[in-house]
Design a protein around this ligand. Structure first.
Ligand code: NDP
Ligand code: 8X3
Length: 250
């Protein structure tokens, strides 16, 4: 039977690429983000392959999240796969000069937003005793780096929540796992550096992971047999050894 995946942060980067990969493998899609124009064009692009529905909400708005998910049309309201991907870093500052607005954004989006979406979807999975949840963590959820403080904290929280979900949803046979990438060339650094020129240098001098690389891994995780759950995957590009060591061309 054709499955339906619910992907947050589908307007860009890893989420958009995952939507494209899933469509290529005949998985119907509920695509979410704040930028309606991008959701519309992605829907237009993928609708010749699979059924696509879009939802526009900010994951920080728990009422909007709940209303959007409970209001899904019948054709899309059985979610087999949840990809909790929406998130970003905001700023890269030492803790002593950090910006409260940035801190709020990272905790509210990366942690609380993931929880709001999960809260609205998990009950249907427990009721059916089936489903799969993949949370997009980060290498920053495994290792803290200088000035990464709150972003790393938010991604450590994503990993802890993933483990908690896996334990609590174990009786229901629901698969839960995390995919934790290192440097991926997306709009991530534009957001982190608020459009400043230094964002352009993050992915130069080496071959960073591409969003398609992560989408392939996510598809691999959702296409395993029922008894196989990829619980925790850490992915670096070859040039990256850890959060601080990246081999760049001079
Ligand atoms: P992008 O900036 O390219 O994409 C981020 C996505 O998240 C967009 O679709 C954006 O949609 C959505 N999003 C952000 N804030 C909100 C919000 N408040 N409400 C709803 N949607 C939101 O970055 P990536 O694709 O790289 O990031 C995707 C995930 O991967 C994030 O969780 C990130 O932390 C993680 N990650 C990224 C890495 C990288 O190096 N790029 C490495 C490791 C992990 P819109 O703006 O339309 O709302
Ligand atoms: C994104 C990768 O190294 O910028 O999570 O934190 S990093």
């Amino acid at each position: 039977m054709t499955k339906t995946a619910f992907i947050t942060g589908a307007t860009s980067g890893i989420g958009r690429s995952t939507a494209q990969t899933f469509a290529n493998h005949n998985i119907n899609l509920v695509l979410c983000g704040r930028r309606q124009d991008r959701l519309d064009s992605l829907k237009e692009k993928l609708s010749d392959k699979v059924k696509v529905h879009t939802l526009t909400f900010d994951v920080r708005d728990k009422v909007a999240v709940k209303n959007a998910i409970t209001g899904l049309p019948e054709e899309f309201n059985t979610i087999d796969i949840l990809i909790n991907n929406a998130g970003n870093a905001h700023g890269l500052d030492p803790i002593e000069t950090g910006d409260l607005t940035d801190w709020d954004a990272m905790i509210d989006i990366n942690v609380k937003g993931l929880l709001y979406v999960s809260e609205a979807i998990i009950p249907q999975m427990t009721k059916r005793k089936s489903g799969q949840i993949i949370n997009i963590g980060s290498s920053a959820g495994k290792e803290v780096y200088p000035k990464g403080n709150v972003y790393c904290g938010s991604k450590h929280a994503v990993l802890a929540i993933t483990e908690g979900m896996r334990i609590d949803l174990n009786p229901y046979g629901i698969k839960v796992g995390a995919v934790n990438p290192g440097l991926v060339e997306t709009e991530f650094s534009k957001v982190r550096f608020k459009g400043e020129a230094k964002a352009d240098h993050v992915y130069t001098g080496y071959k960073a992971l591409q969003p398609e690389d992560i989408a392939d891994i996510i598809y691999f995780a959702v296409s395993r047999p029922p008894h196989v759950n990829l619980a925790d995957i850490l992915v670096f590009c070859t040039a990256q050894a850890n959060s601080t060591i990246v081999k760049k061309e001079q």
